[in-house]
Design a protein around this ligand. Structure first.
Ligand code: PLP
Length: 394
Protein backbone atom coordinates (compact mmCIF):
# COMPACT_ATOMS: atom_id res chain seq x y z
CA UNK A 1 0.00 0.00 0.00
CA UNK A 2 1.29 3.48 -0.83
CA UNK A 3 1.69 5.60 2.29
CA UNK A 4 -0.23 8.80 2.84
CA UNK A 5 2.98 10.78 2.72
CA UNK A 6 2.68 14.05 4.63
CA UNK A 7 6.34 14.36 5.57
CA UNK A 8 7.61 16.32 2.58
CA UNK A 9 9.71 18.72 4.68
CA UNK A 10 11.78 15.65 5.64
CA UNK A 11 12.21 14.54 2.05
CA UNK A 12 10.18 14.31 -1.14
CA UNK A 13 9.39 11.72 -3.77
CA UNK A 14 11.61 12.08 -6.82
CA UNK A 15 9.35 13.35 -9.62
CA UNK A 16 8.93 10.85 -12.50
CA UNK A 17 10.13 13.52 -14.99
CA UNK A 18 13.25 13.92 -12.85
CA UNK A 19 13.95 10.18 -12.78
CA UNK A 20 13.59 10.09 -16.54
CA UNK A 21 16.01 13.00 -17.03
CA UNK A 22 18.71 11.57 -14.76
CA UNK A 23 18.58 7.91 -15.82
CA UNK A 24 20.91 8.20 -18.86
CA UNK A 25 23.59 9.64 -16.55
CA UNK A 26 23.38 6.56 -14.35
CA UNK A 27 23.64 4.37 -17.44
CA UNK A 28 25.42 4.92 -20.73
CA UNK A 29 26.43 8.55 -20.07
CA UNK A 30 28.86 7.79 -17.28
CA UNK A 31 31.83 9.83 -18.53
CA UNK A 32 33.66 12.27 -16.31
CA UNK A 33 32.56 15.81 -17.26
CA UNK A 34 36.16 17.04 -16.84
CA UNK A 35 37.64 14.51 -19.31
CA UNK A 36 39.24 15.72 -22.52
CA UNK A 37 37.52 13.08 -24.70
CA UNK A 38 34.16 13.65 -26.27
CA UNK A 39 32.57 10.80 -24.28
CA UNK A 40 33.14 12.78 -21.08
CA UNK A 41 32.67 16.05 -22.92
CA UNK A 42 29.02 15.33 -23.70
CA UNK A 43 28.39 14.96 -19.96
CA UNK A 44 30.28 18.22 -19.43
CA UNK A 45 27.93 19.88 -21.91
CA UNK A 46 24.89 18.53 -20.06
CA UNK A 47 26.36 19.76 -16.79
CA UNK A 48 26.82 23.23 -18.26
CA UNK A 49 23.20 23.28 -19.40
CA UNK A 50 22.03 22.08 -15.96
CA UNK A 51 24.00 24.87 -14.28
CA UNK A 52 22.40 27.42 -16.60
CA UNK A 53 18.93 25.99 -15.86
CA UNK A 54 19.49 26.08 -12.09
CA UNK A 55 20.80 29.64 -12.36
CA UNK A 56 17.79 30.68 -14.43
CA UNK A 57 15.37 29.15 -11.93
CA UNK A 58 16.98 31.25 -9.19
CA UNK A 59 17.49 34.47 -11.15
CA UNK A 60 21.24 33.94 -10.78
CA UNK A 61 24.22 33.69 -13.13
CA UNK A 62 25.58 30.22 -13.96
CA UNK A 63 28.97 31.01 -12.41
CA UNK A 64 27.23 31.86 -9.12
CA UNK A 65 26.01 28.26 -8.75
CA UNK A 66 28.23 25.82 -6.85
CA UNK A 67 26.95 22.24 -6.80
CA UNK A 68 27.34 20.48 -3.45
CA UNK A 69 26.19 17.22 -1.90
CA UNK A 70 23.36 18.55 0.29
CA UNK A 71 21.89 21.50 2.15
CA UNK A 72 24.08 20.86 5.20
CA UNK A 73 27.25 21.08 3.11
CA UNK A 74 26.04 24.32 1.50
CA UNK A 75 25.22 25.89 4.88
CA UNK A 76 28.52 24.81 6.42
CA UNK A 77 30.51 26.02 3.42
CA UNK A 78 28.82 29.44 3.41
CA UNK A 79 29.43 30.13 7.09
CA UNK A 80 32.96 28.71 7.20
CA UNK A 81 33.84 30.66 4.07
CA UNK A 82 32.62 33.93 5.61
CA UNK A 83 34.77 33.28 8.68
CA UNK A 84 37.79 32.29 6.58
CA UNK A 85 37.72 35.45 4.45
CA UNK A 86 37.58 37.67 7.55
CA UNK A 87 39.90 35.98 10.06
CA UNK A 88 39.82 39.12 12.22
CA UNK A 89 36.02 38.92 12.58
CA UNK A 90 35.09 36.35 15.22
CA UNK A 91 31.37 36.99 15.67
CA UNK A 92 28.34 35.62 13.84
CA UNK A 93 24.62 36.16 14.12
CA UNK A 94 21.98 33.49 13.63
CA UNK A 95 18.64 32.49 15.15
CA UNK A 96 17.50 30.02 17.79
CA UNK A 97 15.27 28.25 15.29
CA UNK A 98 17.75 27.30 12.57
CA UNK A 99 18.11 23.73 11.34
CA UNK A 100 21.01 21.82 12.97
CA UNK A 101 22.95 22.31 9.71
CA UNK A 102 23.50 25.87 10.97
CA UNK A 103 22.80 25.63 14.70
CA UNK A 104 25.16 22.72 15.45
CA UNK A 105 27.88 24.40 13.40
CA UNK A 106 27.37 27.62 15.40
CA UNK A 107 27.70 25.68 18.68
CA UNK A 108 30.83 24.00 17.33
CA UNK A 109 32.27 27.40 16.39
CA UNK A 110 31.57 28.69 19.91
CA UNK A 111 33.69 25.84 21.25
CA UNK A 112 36.45 27.03 18.90
CA UNK A 113 36.33 30.51 20.42
CA UNK A 114 33.92 32.33 18.09
CA UNK A 115 31.10 34.42 19.56
CA UNK A 116 27.58 33.74 18.37
CA UNK A 117 24.44 35.82 18.86
CA UNK A 118 21.32 33.64 18.73
CA UNK A 119 18.29 35.77 17.94
CA UNK A 120 15.08 34.73 19.65
CA UNK A 121 11.60 34.61 18.13
CA UNK A 122 8.15 35.55 19.43
CA UNK A 123 5.27 33.15 20.07
CA UNK A 124 4.51 32.98 16.34
CA UNK A 125 8.13 32.27 15.50
CA UNK A 126 8.82 35.80 14.19
CA UNK A 127 12.12 37.66 14.42
CA UNK A 128 12.57 41.20 15.69
CA UNK A 129 14.45 43.02 12.92
CA UNK A 130 15.49 45.85 15.23
CA UNK A 131 17.13 43.31 17.51
CA UNK A 132 18.83 41.80 14.46
CA UNK A 133 20.15 45.24 13.50
CA UNK A 134 21.45 45.83 17.05
CA UNK A 135 23.21 42.44 17.09
CA UNK A 136 25.48 43.31 14.13
CA UNK A 137 28.91 44.43 15.34
CA UNK A 138 32.15 45.61 13.77
CA UNK A 139 33.55 42.11 14.16
CA UNK A 140 30.49 40.30 12.72
CA UNK A 141 31.69 38.09 9.87
CA UNK A 142 28.29 36.81 8.74
CA UNK A 143 24.57 36.82 9.50
CA UNK A 144 22.85 33.51 8.76
CA UNK A 145 19.05 33.39 8.87
CA UNK A 146 16.89 30.64 7.38
CA UNK A 147 14.35 31.53 4.70
CA UNK A 148 11.60 29.27 5.99
CA UNK A 149 11.44 27.13 9.08
CA UNK A 150 11.36 23.38 8.49
CA UNK A 151 9.12 22.66 11.50
CA UNK A 152 6.52 25.42 11.44
CA UNK A 153 6.89 26.71 7.88
CA UNK A 154 7.26 30.27 9.19
CA UNK A 155 8.85 32.47 6.51
CA UNK A 156 11.30 35.11 7.66
CA UNK A 157 11.41 38.53 5.91
CA UNK A 158 14.57 37.69 3.98
CA UNK A 159 14.41 40.68 1.56
CA UNK A 160 14.40 43.08 4.53
CA UNK A 161 17.11 41.17 6.39
CA UNK A 162 19.29 40.98 3.28
CA UNK A 163 18.89 44.74 2.70
CA UNK A 164 19.73 45.46 6.32
CA UNK A 165 22.91 43.37 6.16
CA UNK A 166 23.92 44.97 2.88
CA UNK A 167 23.44 48.44 4.37
CA UNK A 168 25.59 47.44 7.34
CA UNK A 169 28.27 45.89 5.13
CA UNK A 170 28.03 42.40 6.61
CA UNK A 171 27.82 39.15 4.63
CA UNK A 172 24.38 37.54 4.63
CA UNK A 173 23.70 33.84 4.15
CA UNK A 174 20.26 32.27 4.03
CA UNK A 175 19.42 28.60 4.45
CA UNK A 176 16.68 28.37 1.82
CA UNK A 177 16.47 24.57 1.90
CA UNK A 178 12.74 24.62 2.72
CA UNK A 179 11.94 27.67 0.63
CA UNK A 180 13.30 26.89 -2.83
CA UNK A 181 10.53 25.36 -4.91
CA UNK A 182 7.81 26.71 -2.59
CA UNK A 183 8.66 30.43 -2.47
CA UNK A 184 9.28 32.49 -5.60
CA UNK A 185 12.91 33.53 -5.18
CA UNK A 186 14.56 35.89 -7.65
CA UNK A 187 18.19 36.42 -6.73
CA UNK A 188 18.50 39.18 -9.33
CA UNK A 189 16.38 41.28 -6.96
CA UNK A 190 17.17 39.73 -3.58
CA UNK A 191 20.49 41.03 -2.20
CA UNK A 192 21.63 37.87 -0.37
CA UNK A 193 25.31 37.02 -0.65
CA UNK A 194 24.96 33.27 -0.20
CA UNK A 195 22.02 30.87 -0.31
CA UNK A 196 21.78 27.13 0.36
CA UNK A 197 19.33 24.69 -1.18
CA UNK A 198 18.91 20.94 -1.28
CA UNK A 199 17.60 18.70 -4.07
CA UNK A 200 15.75 16.14 -2.02
CA UNK A 201 13.35 18.75 -0.62
CA UNK A 202 12.03 19.61 -4.08
CA UNK A 203 11.50 16.27 -5.81
CA UNK A 204 15.12 15.68 -6.87
CA UNK A 205 17.11 12.85 -5.27
CA UNK A 206 19.21 12.96 -2.13
CA UNK A 207 22.91 13.76 -2.52
CA UNK A 208 22.78 17.03 -4.42
CA UNK A 209 22.54 20.64 -3.32
CA UNK A 210 23.59 24.13 -4.32
CA UNK A 211 25.47 26.92 -2.68
CA UNK A 212 24.73 30.18 -4.47
CA UNK A 213 27.52 32.73 -4.07
CA UNK A 214 26.86 36.18 -5.50
CA UNK A 215 29.52 37.51 -7.88
CA UNK A 216 32.01 39.61 -5.92
CA UNK A 217 31.36 37.85 -2.59
CA UNK A 218 34.67 36.86 -1.03
CA UNK A 219 34.80 33.08 -0.83
CA UNK A 220 37.03 30.26 0.43
CA UNK A 221 36.30 26.63 -0.51
CA UNK A 222 35.52 24.05 2.12
CA UNK A 223 36.43 20.95 0.07
CA UNK A 224 39.91 21.30 -1.34
CA UNK A 225 41.22 19.09 -4.14
CA UNK A 226 40.48 19.11 -7.87
CA UNK A 227 39.43 22.11 -9.91
CA UNK A 228 35.76 21.28 -10.22
CA UNK A 229 33.28 24.11 -9.73
CA UNK A 230 36.02 26.60 -10.72
CA UNK A 231 38.11 25.51 -7.76
CA UNK A 232 35.34 26.35 -5.31
CA UNK A 233 34.25 22.81 -4.43
CA UNK A 234 36.50 19.87 -5.19
CA UNK A 235 35.13 16.44 -6.08
CA UNK A 236 33.91 14.85 -9.29
CA UNK A 237 30.44 16.19 -9.94
CA UNK A 238 27.33 14.13 -9.16
CA UNK A 239 26.22 14.51 -12.74
CA UNK A 240 23.03 12.44 -12.51
CA UNK A 241 22.02 14.30 -9.35
CA UNK A 242 22.79 17.69 -10.90
CA UNK A 243 20.76 16.93 -14.06
CA UNK A 244 17.97 15.77 -11.75
CA UNK A 245 18.14 18.93 -9.65
CA UNK A 246 18.03 21.17 -12.72
CA UNK A 247 14.95 19.31 -13.99
CA UNK A 248 13.25 19.49 -10.58
CA UNK A 249 13.96 23.21 -10.21
CA UNK A 250 12.60 23.96 -13.66
CA UNK A 251 9.45 21.94 -12.90
CA UNK A 252 8.98 23.74 -9.59
CA UNK A 253 9.54 27.16 -11.10
CA UNK A 254 7.22 26.60 -14.07
CA UNK A 255 4.37 25.45 -11.83
CA UNK A 256 4.98 27.34 -8.61
CA UNK A 257 1.83 29.47 -8.55
CA UNK A 258 -0.62 26.76 -9.52
CA UNK A 259 1.01 24.25 -7.19
CA UNK A 260 1.13 26.63 -4.25
CA UNK A 261 -2.55 27.46 -4.69
CA UNK A 262 -3.55 23.79 -4.80
CA UNK A 263 -1.28 22.68 -1.96
CA UNK A 264 -2.28 25.63 0.24
CA UNK A 265 -5.97 24.78 -0.23
CA UNK A 266 -5.32 21.16 0.78
CA UNK A 267 -3.22 22.23 3.78
CA UNK A 268 -5.94 24.66 4.88
CA UNK A 269 -8.59 21.96 4.50
CA UNK A 270 -6.49 19.62 6.65
CA UNK A 271 -5.85 22.26 9.26
CA UNK A 272 -9.42 23.54 9.45
CA UNK A 273 -10.71 19.97 9.64
CA UNK A 274 -8.38 19.08 12.50
CA UNK A 275 -9.18 22.25 14.45
CA UNK A 276 -12.91 21.58 14.00
CA UNK A 277 -12.78 17.90 14.95
CA UNK A 278 -10.16 17.79 17.70
CA UNK A 279 -10.54 19.89 20.86
CA UNK A 280 -7.52 21.47 22.57
CA UNK A 281 -5.17 21.87 19.66
CA UNK A 282 -3.38 24.91 18.24
CA UNK A 283 -1.44 25.75 15.09
CA UNK A 284 2.24 26.55 15.67
CA UNK A 285 3.90 29.33 13.69
CA UNK A 286 2.94 32.45 11.80
CA UNK A 287 -0.35 31.86 9.95
CA UNK A 288 0.27 34.86 7.67
CA UNK A 289 3.84 34.19 6.59
CA UNK A 290 4.03 30.48 6.17
CA UNK A 291 5.03 27.90 3.58
CA UNK A 292 1.89 26.78 1.75
CA UNK A 293 2.58 23.10 2.38
CA UNK A 294 3.30 23.09 6.13
CA UNK A 295 1.06 22.76 9.15
CA UNK A 296 2.46 22.21 12.62
CA UNK A 297 -0.30 21.37 15.07
CA UNK A 298 0.10 20.96 18.81
CA UNK A 299 -2.28 18.54 20.54
CA UNK A 300 -2.58 19.16 24.27
CA UNK A 301 -1.92 16.28 26.68
CA UNK A 302 -0.44 13.80 24.17
CA UNK A 303 3.02 12.70 23.10
CA UNK A 304 3.87 13.44 19.46
CA UNK A 305 5.68 10.11 19.11
CA UNK A 306 2.61 8.18 20.23
CA UNK A 307 0.49 10.05 17.67
CA UNK A 308 3.01 9.25 14.93
CA UNK A 309 3.05 5.55 15.81
CA UNK A 310 -0.74 5.32 15.71
CA UNK A 311 -0.95 7.31 12.47
CA UNK A 312 1.63 4.94 11.02
CA UNK A 313 -0.85 2.10 11.54
CA UNK A 314 -3.20 3.94 9.17
CA UNK A 315 -0.32 4.30 6.67
CA UNK A 316 0.03 8.03 7.44
CA UNK A 317 3.55 9.50 7.54
CA UNK A 318 4.08 12.76 9.43
CA UNK A 319 6.70 14.07 11.79
CA UNK A 320 6.82 15.20 15.41
CA UNK A 321 8.17 18.32 17.03
CA UNK A 322 10.14 16.48 19.68
CA UNK A 323 13.55 14.93 19.68
CA UNK A 324 14.54 12.00 21.83
CA UNK A 325 17.65 13.12 23.68
CA UNK A 326 19.21 11.02 26.43
CA UNK A 327 16.11 8.94 26.84
CA UNK A 328 13.71 11.82 27.49
CA UNK A 329 11.48 13.42 24.92
CA UNK A 330 12.41 17.07 24.62
CA UNK A 331 10.15 19.40 22.66
CA UNK A 332 12.03 20.73 19.63
CA UNK A 333 14.30 23.75 19.98
CA UNK A 334 11.99 25.62 17.60
CA UNK A 335 8.88 25.17 19.74
CA UNK A 336 10.87 25.93 22.90
CA UNK A 337 12.20 29.15 21.33
CA UNK A 338 8.59 30.12 20.55
CA UNK A 339 7.56 29.45 24.13
CA UNK A 340 4.91 26.87 23.17
CA UNK A 341 3.59 25.55 26.52
CA UNK A 342 4.96 22.16 27.59
CA UNK A 343 1.58 20.39 27.47
CA UNK A 344 1.19 21.43 23.83
CA UNK A 345 4.79 21.29 22.61
CA UNK A 346 5.11 17.59 23.46
CA UNK A 347 2.21 16.77 21.22
CA UNK A 348 3.24 18.72 18.15
CA UNK A 349 2.90 17.09 14.76
CA UNK A 350 4.16 18.49 11.48
CA UNK A 351 2.17 17.69 8.37
CA UNK A 352 3.98 18.70 5.19
CA UNK A 353 2.24 18.26 1.85
CA UNK A 354 3.48 18.19 -1.73
CA UNK A 355 2.23 18.43 -5.30
CA UNK A 356 1.39 14.73 -5.05
CA UNK A 357 -0.88 15.08 -2.01
CA UNK A 358 -4.54 14.37 -2.80
CA UNK A 359 -7.84 15.41 -1.23
CA UNK A 360 -8.57 11.74 -0.47
CA UNK A 361 -5.35 11.55 1.56
CA UNK A 362 -6.24 14.66 3.53
CA UNK A 363 -9.68 13.18 4.23
CA UNK A 364 -8.13 9.94 5.44
CA UNK A 365 -6.15 11.93 8.01
CA UNK A 366 -9.29 13.79 9.03
CA UNK A 367 -11.09 10.46 9.48
CA UNK A 368 -8.33 8.79 11.50
CA UNK A 369 -6.70 11.51 13.57
CA UNK A 370 -9.58 12.47 15.93
CA UNK A 371 -9.89 8.84 17.12
CA UNK A 372 -6.11 8.59 17.58
CA UNK A 373 -6.00 11.71 19.75
CA UNK A 374 -9.04 10.64 21.77
CA UNK A 375 -7.54 7.21 22.47
CA UNK A 376 -4.20 8.69 23.50
CA UNK A 377 -5.77 11.36 25.69
CA UNK A 378 -7.66 8.69 27.63
CA UNK A 379 -4.28 7.20 28.57
CA UNK A 380 -2.37 10.48 28.94
CA UNK A 381 -0.25 11.08 32.04
CA UNK A 382 -0.31 14.83 31.18
CA UNK A 383 -4.08 15.17 31.68
CA UNK A 384 -4.98 17.58 34.44
CA UNK A 385 -7.14 14.85 36.07
CA UNK A 386 -4.51 12.11 35.54
CA UNK A 387 -3.52 10.04 38.59
CA UNK A 388 -0.26 11.18 40.25
CA UNK A 389 2.81 9.58 38.63
CA UNK A 390 4.99 7.34 40.81
CA UNK A 391 8.44 8.86 41.52
CA UNK A 392 11.07 8.09 38.89
CA UNK A 393 13.54 5.48 40.14
CA UNK A 394 16.02 5.60 37.27
N1 PLP B 1 18.19 23.35 6.38
C1 PLP B 1 16.89 23.10 6.53
C2 PLP B 1 15.95 24.22 6.83
C3 PLP B 1 16.40 21.79 6.41
O1 PLP B 1 15.11 21.54 6.57
C4 PLP B 1 17.32 20.76 6.11
C5 PLP B 1 16.86 19.35 6.03
O2 PLP B 1 15.91 18.97 6.70
C6 PLP B 1 18.67 21.08 5.93
C7 PLP B 1 19.08 22.39 6.08
C8 PLP B 1 19.69 20.05 5.61
O3 PLP B 1 19.54 19.64 4.28
P1 PLP B 1 20.21 18.25 3.80
O4 PLP B 1 19.38 17.16 4.36
O5 PLP B 1 20.15 18.30 2.31
O6 PLP B 1 21.60 18.25 4.33
Amino acid sequence: MNPVYLDNNATTMVAPEVVEAMLPYLGQLYGNPSSMHSFGGQVGTALKKARADVAEALGARPEEVIFTSCGSESDNTAILSALAVHPDKRHLVTTRVEHPAVLSLAKHLEEKGYEVTYLGVDEKGRLDLEELGRSIRKDTAVVSVMYANNETGTIFPIPEIAALCKARGVLFHTDAVQAVGKVDIDLAKLPVDMLALSGHKLHAPKGVGVLYVRTGTPYRPFLIGGHQERGRRAGTENTAGIIALATAMKLARDNINAENTRVRALRDRLEAGILAKVPDCIVNGDPEHRLPNTSSIAFKYVEGEAILLMLDQFGICASSGSACTSGSLEPSHVLRAMGVPFTYAHGSIRFSLSRYTTEAEVDLVLDSLPGVIETLRRMSPFREDAPAKPACTC
